[in-house]
Design a protein around this ligand. Sequence first.
Ligand code: C2O
Ligand code: CU
Ligand code: CU
Length: 493
Amino acid sequence: MSVASAGTWFVRLAAVTVVGLMCVQPRASAQRPQAEPWDTALALRTPRDLNPDPGVLEIELEALTAEVEVAPGRRIKAWTYNGSLPGPLIRARVGDRLIVHFTNRLPAPTTVHWHGLRVPIQMDGVPGHSQPEVKPGETFTYDFVIPDAGLYWYHPHVMSAAQVGFGLYGAFLVDDSDDRVGVATERVVVLSDVEVSDQGELQDPDTGGSTGMAFGREGNVLLVNGRNQPQVLVAPGVTERWRVVNAAKSRFFGLDAGGLVFTKIGGDGGLQEYPVTQELLVLAPGERADVLITPTGPPGTTLSIVAQLIDRGFGSTEARISEELLTLVISGATPPAPMPVPAVGRTIAALERTGAAPVRVEFGLIQSGPRREFQYTINGRTLGEFAPIQARVGDTQIWTITNTTPWSHPFHLHGFFFQVLDANGAPVRPLEWKDTVNVPFKSTRSLLVRYDDRPGMWMFHCHVLDHADGGLMGMVELTRPGDTRPAPPHVQH
Ligand code: C2O
Ligand code: CU
Ligand code: CU
């Protein structure tokens, strides 16, 4: 992009940002609600299990527009699963079979994608490769066995930026009863944002045109389990386990608990090799974290958790302020005797990189046409023009992803976990299984992925969903050795 055009889009970007900030209603502290226990105010609904078999979770899931309350008295009309924002918490165990009777009552086609879960391709929710779009009024049955423990999530894969931005997402917790974490208080925390007017109307998902796309549109109201700046009652000195997912379509979350440390014990695909402590917990869109936190203090003390600004590229921190995300209120419970934070972990074997086939992917940004519209590119190809990457069942690939653009891109691969490598090509320690990793602006990340026996067309994309729609979306075509490869459906424009 040229320097001259950079000036223009900075002004346009700044305008978008300022308008975004002005939409946030000032909150007088006198209007603050009384501290409400998480369990009543913030608990996530779980769907009714229609199947008496303890190894089968059979549920109904409906996508529909519904009015939801994001703050006391502040209602918005959102796109929801089963009428709530976020959608119901799906909770199961490894090896359970999940059957979801899905109905689309939205005014637009949709699908459900099970982010991070190693499902068969027919269940992956990508129109044209997994299933047809589910049109308004239609139904689709998802049916698969849950392979791995961890926190996952679900969301649509049709007009994803718009539909996720309107409120369509939910958490999916797969318990592992042998994980030895031994922390009784567990909370699932769904972070997101939504762009609404003061009247509570959802804003146009295309604001700012291709400049808005290039940046990645953020919402102006931060949500924690669907509530803006909630207060959560916690017992002093009691270690809690938080399972956190960033379900926002563009926003990066940096959680700062004012010096209270997060002990991170796991990530996208379950427990990591060993715990690490951190004061700032950063989650790019799509990522998850499994953390332990021990709030302490006299009864009535409040501890703010602030969403710090994270530099994800041009315009993401300039002229913006960090915002309060949630407040912990210390209850009057008697603190237990101090206990060491459990040292949990699991053995993860580093993937063998010898013989791994190299895959090179470069994310770029161009401006074209009379209006100098932005488009993202993968290896120089714009949306839909990138030929699928070929892979064989049993293969290991080493991907090198270079981001030449001024914005960060959380890379996400459907269907498979990967291990991130450091600058020297060794796996990043502690080892962990990931499906989403941030590739910061003007930098490179490498990862190793091994393909198990689930052939199909698997998508990869940036999880800033505007960026995916704007060109950062491609396919891996996984075939079994011996299968004749169909000609890649590459269309020459
Ligand atoms: Cu959250 Cu295509 O994924
Ligand atoms: Cu996914
Ligand atoms: Cu991106």
